[in-house]
Design a protein around this ligand. Structure first.
Ligand code: PLP
Length: 370
């Protein structure tokens, strides 16, 4: 048996005809940068997210950097985010010259713990980046209420959460801006890099558009120092084909997660594992299916020996990363994030996974942990 963590080849084969046509059409048009595919994809994303604007950029990290910059965040400012996420969530804050400040996560969702947020707010705090980790949205009501109280910008890092919902509203549409990544392994992944910023704020959208293209509105007239960060036509065309399937694929992921939940319930009841928790008012799109176990090493070895791919998300919390040592955090500062890093393990959960394969995977878990 050999089961990958994600099967991009199978996905490509399921849409090969449409995909090949779309790619060849771009080659035929020979328009590669700033063309109609990107523009249409922006319109489609805005409509999907329920925002006034969507602005495509080169990748999800640039989306965060440009959104922060457009919000006027820079040196001397603090931005609060989660320590349990991909590095870019905090790296982007440092890249604009601001200081990342961490707050521990909730034990059940592993998202930023909004109840602990207020104590991290100082006179220098300018923004919050909630990360919708693994495809489930953070507790946006509390976060937005605090942002309003202290006049802070909220940038949702929705890189893992396209299509996720909070009380019926789409990820990315609740904050001042929302950012997405189209890295190949994301729920909507290109065949290269890509990113998007969505917002309802006209002025912010204009600023973001300017920043992604060398700080200029009119070609060769530069009002600001900006970036060269845009989505090329090939990626836009590829993403537009996949975008037609995003709800179907997200729903398929949620179905796989539900089956795991059912299959693995006895292990959870016996406290051998903690299953991913879904809050009632949220739609989880299961970018990753991450369970937690105190016997991770043993489980990883058994899965590996049976050819089942698995991966640790995340091995090191951001406050303990070497690159952020200058912030002065210590082990023990965020115990819930730290424990999650010791115990979390992602097992295969993607649209093409079969229930037979899930049963085989569950059987390995019972063998090791039962
Ligand atoms: C993938 C990811 C990013 C960065 O996106 P890139 O397109 O790889 O730059 C940022 N934040 C989170 C939470 C991610 O998972």
């Amino acid at each position: 048996m050999s089961i990958p963590l994600l099967d991009l080849k199978a996905q490509y084969l399921s849409i090969k005809e449409e995909m090949d046509q779309a790619v060849l059409a771009v080659l035929d048009s020979s328009k590669f940068i700033f063309g109609p595919e990107m523009k249409t994809f922006e319109e489609e994303m805005a409509a999907y997210c329920g925002t006034k604007h969507a602005v495509a950029v080169g990748n999800g990290t640039d989306a965060l950097v440009i959104a922060l910059k457009a919000c006027g965040i820079g040196p001397g400012d603090e931005v609060i985010t989660s320590p349990f996420t991909f590095f870019a969530s905090a790296e982007s804050i440092a890249l604009v010259g601001a200081t990342p400040v961490f707050v521990d996560v909730e034990p059940h969702t592993l998202n930023m713990d909004a109840a602990k947020l207020e104590e991290k707010i100082t006179p220098r705090t300018k923004g919050i980046i909630p990360v919708h980790v693994f495809g489930q949205m953070a507790d946006m009501d509390l976060i937005l209420a605090l942002a309003q109280k202290y006049d802070l910008k909220v940038i949702e890092d929705a890189a893992q959460a396209i299509g996720a919902e909070y009380q019926g509203r789409k990820a990315g549409s609740l904050g001042d801006a929302g950012t997405f990544s189209f890295f190949p392994t994301k729920n909507l992944g290109g065949y290269g890099d890509g990113g998007m910023i969505v917002t309802n704020d006209d002025a912010l959208a204009e600023e973001v558009r300017m920043l992604r293209f060398h700080g200029c509105k009119t070609k060769y007239y530069h009002d600001q120092i900006g970036y060269n960060s845009r989505l090329d036509e090939l990626q836009a065309a590829i993403l537009r084909v996949k975008f037609r399937y995003i709800d179907q694929w997200n729903n398929a992921r949620a179905e796989k997660a539900a089956l795991y939940h059912q299959l693995l319930a006895p292990l959870a009841d016996a406290h051998r594992i903690i299953l991913p928790h879904t809050d009632a008012e949220k739609k989880h799109v299961f970018h990753l299916y991450v369970l937690r176990t105190a016997q991770r090493e043993k489980l990883m070895a058994a899965l590996k020996s049976k050819g089942v791919a698995n991966a640790i998300y995340y091995p090191v919390p951001l406050h303990l990363q070497n690159a952020l040592a200058y912030l002065g955090y210590q082990a023990g500062d965020f115990p819930i994030a730290e424990e999650a890093c010791q115990q979390a393990l992602a097992i295969p959960c993607y649209p093409e996974l079969t229930s037979g394969q899930q049963e085989e995977i569950a059987a390995i878990l019972f063998e090791v942990l039962g």
